[in-house]
Design a protein around this ligand. Structure first.
Ligand code: ADP
Length: 264
């Protein structure tokens, strides 16, 4: 896209020519379109649980309260939808905080954290979820000081989102393996599962905000569609890279390469 501004050149009373200034606004335009899309998506995503909360609340008020079994079911739905709203708002705020940070590069670098320990602690939090879902969760961390620069909360969030996805998209009886490997200048963090996998055509769009392979399934599992967009931001902030390998019906592996802090 080009933006063009034209100004006449006037000498005395006569127009003797024109000056045209052209500017490439392709990037700006793209950003603008993305922002608009995001706002539209956010509104839609917020409205869905709200509509449901409102609907069930009205049904209860208009008589369903008299039938305790039904009332209980509706209240459970209202409660779950309120939880979904909370998750959504937290994810949106997180994303927006990260984007603002990216645009303010003057900030000091975060202090080094022990990434291996962060993974062990986070995985421990998820062990109970794995057990409940009938999944085997294994964690293997190389020894040594595996230090990376990341805010501990962000690091934890990245690990949590990837492992939680692996647990969500793997049917009962499956396995989820988490590992941290020391690879010289970098460390390799990997989360692999024996789950439903992702068809090739979806892979390039996976890290987009609100992109989901199967909306219904994601919703049923409590997803917001923002988890991987947040992961991507955190990986970029660590100057790392992330790759996905997946086969439908077989499983998925996310691999993150993160530069280690050099000890002088
Ligand atoms: P969601 O909240 O829907 O899980 P994410 O941004 O975390 O959103 O992930 C986007 C989509 O990528 C998911 O809806 C799902 O379709 C797919 N996905 C992510 N991780 C996995 C995985 N380990 N196995 C299969 N599909 C996955």
């Amino acid at each position: 896209f080009l933006r063009m501004a034209i100004a006449p050149m006037i000498q005395g009373e006569k127009t003797i020519g024109a000056v045209a200034v052209m500017e490439d606004v392709t990037e700006l335009r793209k950003l603008e379109v993305m922002r608009k899309e995001f706002v539209a998506n956010v509104s839609h995503e917020l409205k869905t649980p709200l509509t449901s909360i409102k609907g069930f609340a009205e049904t209860l008020r208009d008589g369903a309260l008299e039938q305790p079994e039904q009332a209980k079911r509706f209240l459970t739905i209202i409660d779950e939808e309120a939880d979904r709203l909370t998750r959504l708002i937290n994810d949106i705020l997180n994303l927006s905080r990260m984007e603002n940070q990216q645009e303010a590069p003057g900030e000091p670098l975060p202090e080094p954290v022990h990434f291996g320990r962060l993974v062990e602690d986070t995985a421990e939090m998820l062990a109970e979820t794995a057990r409940k879902r009938g999944l085997e969760l294994t964690v293997s961390v190389d020894p040594g000081p595996l230090l990376v620069r990341v805010k501990a909360d962000d690091g934890r969030q990245m690990i949590l989102n990837l492992v939680d996805n692996a647990l969500k998209y793997t049917p009962e009886g499956g396995r989820v393996a988490v590992s941290v490997r020391n690879a010289g200048e970098t460390l390799i963090f990997s989360v692999s599962d024996t789950g439903i996998g992702i068809a090739k055509e979806h892979i390039p769009r996976l890290f987009e905000r609100f992109y989901r392979v199967d909306k219904g399934r994601s919703r049923a599992l409590g997803g917001t569609g923002l988890g991987l967009a947040i992961v991507k931001h955190i990986v970029l902030a660590m100057k790392g890279t992330i790759d996905v390998q997946s086969e439908e019906g077989k499983g998925t592996a996310f691999t993150v390469h993160i530069p280690k802090v050099k000890l002088n």
